[in-house]
Design a protein around this ligand. Structure first.
Ligand SMILES: [Fe+2]
Length: 428
């Protein structure tokens, strides 16, 4: 070893040449570039035992109706809120053939899958980078860059074009999957809170162990471009990589590593809980955190005037949901339509309750207008979700009273000088 050691300027694993496209090793192994932005963007190089284009002649073909629910027709959602039940697992369905589209706009989409069957093929998404959230299940995501073990509560980021397959562990599986068609998800951070809230790049876990396969056989790779699926068959295992270098990589990120922004004296809006931004969408994590001490601890009634909101319920009490949703369910709140706390949670807040901790994890993904809902998702819609707010028309506390205006005027006068308890001392 030399006296001093150095980091390379670019992550690398295994056997790689001295630099991309350079060095005598390239006369013995096969370099493949994964290049974004027309070879001017993010890039990685993989070094293979066999040429990546060694598909068997005469075996490539399109696969009609390969994942019908993924390509379920879309239609306008209109002015109704929806609560989607958990999709039932189907014995014959694997991760991708069992995917169901939920909503989509021009640049992003949300899907769910409840896989039961193993993948007997490898998959490449040629139209999108995918973000999985593992609501339930565990296993190994095998990729060109090495395996990634995952479990409940992990995000898995599978960049566009990366060859991979899911090896499912035992037990039930339920994943939400977000597609980004026009760019990779970028870590959200605000100048006011810096790089380490609500998470740090050091929380990302990239593969570092290669599991190189020198195997012959029939290895099927299915690729997707829009709604067209194509199969090709290779005579050698696609994970014949002996080294890689670059920054265009799959990775995982555990939801427990989200360290949320909290405020004692104000309600932190969803923008304070955003973890990823992608073209036409953003992803937020509402995780276990302290309840606001003095501020509203239920969400304010709101109209999201530019985005349709999806909220996947992962764990907990779901403080704003008022007991109508369960784990695994997803709500859809269309652009512009008001919503907010269900009556039970607002009652609790108005009565002065404060649980101390929001014991919940919810994954919110909001999609820029116009966003449409799939017919498949509408088949999961529970009837009467709009009635979840019906307490506002029946509980006397919320309904018409002749003396209401005078009562609120008197309250306004009485509370005009009310101050926070957590505040600097004043002279008066
Ligand atoms: Fe909302």
């Amino acid at each position: 070893m030399e006296k001093y050691e150095y980091f390379s300027g670019t992550p690398e694993v295994g056997i790689v040449p001295r630099a991309p496209h350079a060095g005598p090793l390239l006369r013995h192994v096969y370099e493949q570039e994964h290049g974004r932005g027309g070879f001017a963007g993010k890039v990685s190089h993989t070094y293979h035992l066999y040429p990546p284009t060694n598909w068997l002649p005469g075996e490539s073909r399109h696969l009609p109706d390969w994942a019908p629910a993924w390509d379920s027709p879309l239609r306008p959602i209109g002015g109704l809120h929806h609560l989607l039940g958990v999709a039932p697992p189907e014995p014959a369905r694997d991760v991708y053939r069992g995917l169901g589209r939920v909503v989509a706009n021009a640049t992003a989409a949300m899907n769910v899958t409840a896989p039961r069957a193993p993948m007997d093929y490898f998959f490449e998404h040629h139209s999108a980078t995918m973000v999985f959230f593992v609501h339930e299940g565990r296993g190994t995501l095998e990729t060109t860059f090495g395996p990634i073990e995952y479990g409940k509560g992990d995000f898995l980021i599978v960049p566009k074009g990366v060859t991979h397959r899911f090896e499912l562990g035992s037990g039930r599986h339920y994943y939400w999957m977000y597609e980004s068609f026009a760019g990779d998800p970028e870590k959200a951070e605000a100048p006011t809170t810096g790089q380490f809230i609500t998470h740090s790049r050091s929380d990302y876990r990239f593969p570092r162990s290669l599991d190189t396969r020198n195997e012959s056989g029939r290895f099927e790779i299915v690729s997707k471009v829009d709604a067209t699926y194509t199969r090709r068959v290779h005579p050698t295992h696609p994970f014949d990589v002996i080294g890689w270098r670059g920054e265009y990589l799959p990775y995982k990120f555990a939801v427990e590593d989200v360290r949320p922004l909290v405020a004692d004296r104000s309600h932190v809006p969803p923008s304070g809980h955003t973890i990823f931004k992608l073209p036409g969408a953003y992803l937020c994590v509402f995780t276990v955190r302290s309840v606001e001490k003095e501020a509203m601890w239920v969400p304010f009634f709101h109209k999201n005037l530019d985005y349709l909101e999806t909220l996947g319920y992962h764990f907990g009490d779901f403080f704003s949901a008022g007991g109508v949703v369960g784990p695994g369910m997803v709500t859809l709140h269309p652009v512009g339509l008001p919503h907010g706390p269900k009556p039970r949670s607002l009652q609790a807040f108005m009565d002065g309750a404060n649980a101390g901790v929001h014991n919940e994890v919810g994954i919110m993904a909001d999609f820029a207008n116009p966003t449409r809902v799939s017919e498949w998702a509408l088949g999961l819609s529970r009837p009467d979700y709009m009635s979840a707010w019906s307490g506002y028309t029946s509980d006397p506390r919320f309904t018409y009273a002749p003396g209401r205006l005078a009562e609120v005027r008197a309250l306004g006068e009485r509370l005009a000088d009310a101050r926070d308890a957590l505040r600097p001392p004043t002279d008066d």
